[in-house]
Design a protein around this ligand. Structure first.
Ligand code: ATP
Ligand code: MG
Length: 486
């Protein structure tokens, strides 16, 4: 687990000392919730505030970390003028240079290694200066860090008092060096506004200490948080791509999946995957539970399911409808002639009918149904194309359980660890945990962690004192406890 943590790092930028506290954790936390940095720092005039945020977002094919900075300045004409200059790329360190870097110009790249005014001067000397652009052609400016290849786009708001920097790095590639580079670019942008040497001798601490913690219940679940199930995750990513590109589908006369059936044992992550898919698509999530449909009164269930689809046909925003634990309805209802079976048969009939043309009626909707009993599922749902994708979500194997442990623990570290509080020991033996938890699911692993967290919290509460971080042995004991026959 040592790779889940990194030590603080100190670097110099334009005469200022910058302490980057635990960048790896900042990046990990940003996957779950936006992390705000540098809010409390003080700045030279006219800059009065800088909000630096690291968060995550979904792009066409990948997830990215987004770095953004909002540099607020006092409202005065001078700063406005400066901002314009900076953003419109009149500044030689701006747009043109970025373009040359993009084109692979080694000189331009080297210039960016220097900073601010010095780079600008060097740029002029090389005759690479350019005429100022007409104000109508407002392309955003760019600042770039050649070392890690980070480019930040620069824009400003209408009032002319806030400069924004924005950069993105694919989640698989993001490293603390990118965060460091972005902090550097932000400071560079500040220098452009406040003048050379304005940061000399200052000290900035970049840490997530000041983060206002969002309660865990509002956390978004992402596909990256799923352990194991690599094939399932990549299939869901593909589906998300097809959903987000109706124009490509239309061009080729293709039809994206409209219904996904997920089946597998309890606790293997079906509901989690549905939520994560909604998030990947950027869709609202609407969960429909069986009790919401079934009604003991004659005709009540039919009315309910009809109403659910009537609503669905009107959704204006992308929406993922999850019929969770839907076995009782999409399965063969049995041939019983009693009123209850008849009602379920009727509901199943309406459901099938509605699924026939849902996507044509409303391309904003995608449906997921989950079940623990695939063999009971009515084949006509699959054959007819009402559900075009059938996904098995099995119990995790050893490697997958190790990954689930790792991801969950990382998530906990990112959410709960803070300077001075270490939640987990550094040398956790994930392989041992995976072996010991043979036969258990993701939900079980979550429970194992929950119990250990509770035990530690209780110990903390009782003693009011120091409690050791959670060790492999603590976790193994919890695994054994869960596996012990009652
Ligand atoms: N592969 C996994 N990776 C990470 N976490 C997992 C995984 N599987 C399960 N979990 C955790 O277990 C919790 C419960 O899983 P979930 O509710 O998605 O299971 P399920 O398959 O829907 O179960 P059921 O069939 O009982 O509805 C999830 O919220 C998640 O925290
Ligand atoms: Mg479920």
């Amino acid at each position: 687990m040592t790779d889940a943590r990194s030590k603080d790092e100190t670097f110099e930028y334009a005469g200022a000392t910058v302490v980057l506290v635990d960048a790896a954790t900042v990046l990990a936390a940003a996957r779950v919730n936006p992390v705000e940095l540098m809010r409390r720092a003080s700045w030279p005039a006219p800059v009065n505030r800088v909000d630096l945020t690291v968060s995550s977002a979904n792009r066409k094919m990948t997830s990215v970390h987004t770095f953004s900075a909002a540099i607020s300045t006092a409202e005065e004409p001078l700063s406005k003028e400066r901002i314009r200059k900076l953003v419109l790329g009149n500044d030689p360190v701006g747009l043109l240079l970025a373009k040359r870097i993009e084109a692979g110009d080694p000189i331009a790249t080297r210039i960016v290694d220097g900073v601010g005014a010095a780079a600008a001067a060097a740029y002029k000397k090389l005759g690479l200066d350019r005429q100022s652009q007409p104000v109508t052609n407002r392309e955003p400016g760019t600042l770039a860090d050649a070392v890690v290849g980070l480019q930040a786009e620069m824009t400003y708001d209408e009032t002319g008092t806030v400069v924004r920097l924005h950069a993105e790095v694919p989640r698989d590639e993001v490293t603390p060096a990118h965060l460091q580079a972005f902090v550097g670019l932000t400071l560079q942008a500040v220098i452009e506004l406040t003048g050379p040497d304005s940061l000399t001798g200052r000290r900035f601490v970049v840490s997530r200490e000041t983060v206002s913690k969002v309660p865990q219940t509002t956390q978004t679940v992402t596909l990256d948080m799923v352990g194991g199930l690599a094939d399932v995750v990549s299939e869901l990513r593909e589906i998300a791509v097809s959903f987000r590109h109706p124009e490509a589908m239309a061009r080729w006369g293709a039809r994206r999946p409209q219904g996904i059936l997920m089946y597998g044992p309890p606790g293997t992550g079906k509901t989690m995957l549905s939520r994560a898919l909604a998030n990947e698509i950027g869709a609202d999530f609407r969960e429909i539970r069986t009790p919401e449909i079934l009604d003991k009164w004659l005709g009540g269930s039919e009315r309910n399911i009809k109403q659910i689809f009537r609503d669905a046909r009107r959704y204006r925003v992308p929406t993922l409808m999850l019929f969770d634990e839907f076995d009782s309805i999409i399965s063969y209802a049995g041939s019983g002639g009693d009123a209850a079976s008849q009602a379920i048969n009727a509901v199943a009939g309406i459901f099938k009918q509605e699924m026939n043309d849902l996507i044509e009626a409303n391309p904003n909707v995608i449906v997921v149904a989950t079940t623990n009993f695939p063999h009971r599922v009515d084949d006509s749902l699959i054959r007819s194309g009402r559900f075009d994708v059938k996904i098995s979500v099995p119990k995790p194997d050893d490697a997958s359980r190790a990954e689930i442990f790792r991801k969950m623990i990382r998530g906990l570290i990112a959410t709960h660890e803070a300077p001075g509080f270490q939640m987990f020991a550094d040398d956790l033996d994930l392989a041992a945990l995976a072996t010991a938890s043979h036969g258990l699911t993701g939900a079980d692993i979550k429970e194992i962690l929950r119990r250990v967290q509770l035990a530690k919290a209780m110990q903390d509460a009782r003693t009011g004192g120091r409690v050791d971080p959670i060790t492999t042995e603590d976790l193994l004991a919890s695994v054994r406890e869960l596996l012990a026959p009652r």
